[in-house]
Design a protein around this ligand. Structure first.
Ligand code: PFF
Length: 456
């Protein structure tokens, strides 16, 4: 007889309540992806049409895959690699499904290596803002400051190191401790500050131009690469396609509703990204900046706003602090799956494993640090190390992982198992999910891939 997820217990403990799980999952989802990456890639890809495709990807592909990932995690109740191998065996007699979990572990590892570098920039800006150097800054000064930071490998390397240490610190103690409180207080605070900034942008920025840029789709501006980026970002921002959500799902109690939780997290994540866009682009247009500026976009716009607001010094400090916290809760999620996997395979204790994984990720991250200075001319397949790690993970590995997760949950798991995990309290919801997991999500991912490589 197939035992239900309800009878298994995770080796790593369990969330104290559904709210904690929602908080932890949102903590993982809301991060640099929403506030740093979304505005930057929306800008690079021409705005409106990209945003529309991104929204379609989030709700049409991301949401069903998030549901799949949580249900797989909760049913397996192990780290993503063992869960995929265990459920693969249980449902299909084939353990090779563990490759999907392994792909996710590798993706987490690669993502955290460059994510930590950007988080390091945010951390550096806490101190810049606190020491008053951003007060009254103009567009040129802000660009100069950003280039000064990223151009100096030693300084940006130090901030990267500090962020890794902070992340290892939490993961070494186990994810439940502290995470709950941090997310419960800090996330609303971040949203509150974004609203203050929104007020500034509406009054002082060029709000109407920003609205047109973000919401009036001009499809001629969107390339097939842009569509792939929108898809990739949907995965990145929701933290799906890599087992991170699966790892968290493993600690979820069997009573909690997977569907409601996923909808709440996806809506919150999307709202925060859009809010960030509405804050940043009015400033971009009011100051004649280039929306396609690239990874420095928020570091060159947000300081201008704070530089002019009364009390800007304090608010700017708090803002970058909260951004760092948002990055931190995501970094923790990124580190959790490689650590949980290594612990279970090697039998090493959590603390040692976390330190070991942290050092490895730190070393790899140095390549991204150097991508903005000594190695800025060194091109791999998709640009610098930094750009290539980003492209490889977000645009290739995550969609591929998501595809496999959808196929596994839709075609290989029995309807008995999946309906067991998904509360069918609202009629039709289960079927909608199943149709998405079997057809809509995988076909859409496939088409976008084929389109990007020029086949369709
Ligand atoms: N979703 C995070 C963000 O938008 O910043 C990034 C991320 C975190 C991706 C955790 C993957 C993950 F496992």
């Amino acid at each position: 007889m197939v035992s239900s997820g309800a009878q298994r217990r995770s080796l790593h403990g369990q969330w104290s309540s559904r709210l904690t799980f929602i908080l932890a999952l949102s903590g993982s989802a809301v991060g640099l992806g929403n506030i740093w990456k979304f505005p930057y890639i929306a800008g690079v890809n021409g705005g409106g049409a990209f945003v529309l495709v991104y929204l379609i990807c989030v709700f049409g592909i991301g949401l069903p895959i998030m549901i799949s990932e949580i249900l797989i995690g909760r049913r397996g109740r192990r780290n993503p690699v063992s869960t995929m191998s265990f459920l693969g065996e249980e449902e299909t007699g084939n353990k090779h499904w563990r490759i999907v979990g392994l792909l996710g572990v590798v993706a987490s590892f690669l993502i955290l290596s460059y994510y930590s570098v950007v988080a390091g920039w945010a951390l550096a800006y806490v101190f810049e803002a606190g020491s008053g150097t951003l007060v009254g800054i103009d567009a040129e000064g802000a660009s100069h400051k950003f280039d000064g930071l990223t151009g100096n490998w030693f300084i940006s390397g130090l901030w990267h190191s500090l962020f890794i240490i902070l992340t290892v610190f939490v993961v070494a103690r186990g994810v439940e401790h502290g995470l709950e409180k941090a997310v419960r207080i800090l996330m609303p605070a971040l949203v509150f500050l974004l609203f203050i900034l929104l007020g500034y942008s509406m009054i002082e920025g060029n709000f109407s131009e920003a609205l047109i840029f973000l919401f009036a789709p001009k499809f001629s501006d969107l390339s097939s690469e842009g569509i792939l980026s929108a898809l990739g970002h949907a995965f990145f921002t929701l933290s799906i396609g890599m087992g991170a959500v699966m790892a968290y799902g493993a600690y979820l109690s069997s009573e909690a509703s997977i569907i409601k939780t996923s909808i709440a997290v996806v809506m919150m994540d999307t709202a925060i990204a859009i809010l960030a866009g509405l804050v940043i682009f009015p400033i971009v247009f009011a100051h004649g900046l280039d929306p396609a500026e690239g990874p420095g976009l928020i570091f060159q716009t947000i300081p201008i706003a704070f530089g002019q607001l009364p009390g800007g010094r304090i608010i700017a400090t708090v803002f970058f602090l909260l951004l760092t916290f948002a990055a931190w809760t995501s970094g923790i999620a990124l580190m959790e799956s490689p650590v949980a996997w290594l612990m279970e395979t090697t039998g090493l204790e959590r603390r040692k494993t976390a330190i070991f994984v942290g050092i490895a990720i730190w070393m790899l991250g140095l390549l991204s640090v150097l991508s903005f200075n000594e190695l800025s001319d060194f091109e791999l397949l998709w640009g610098t190390f930094f750009d290539s790690f980003d492209y490889l993970t977000a645009n290739i590995m995550l969609p591929l992982g998501g595809f496999a997760i959808a196929i596994f949950s839709g075609w290989f798991m029995s309807a008995n198992s999946t309906s067991d995990e998904i509360d069918a309290s609202v009629d039709g919801v289960y079927h909608m999910w199943r149709i998405s997991a079997r057809f809509i999500a995988p076909v859409a991912v496939l088409l976008i891939f084929l389109n990007a490589i020029g086949i369709v």
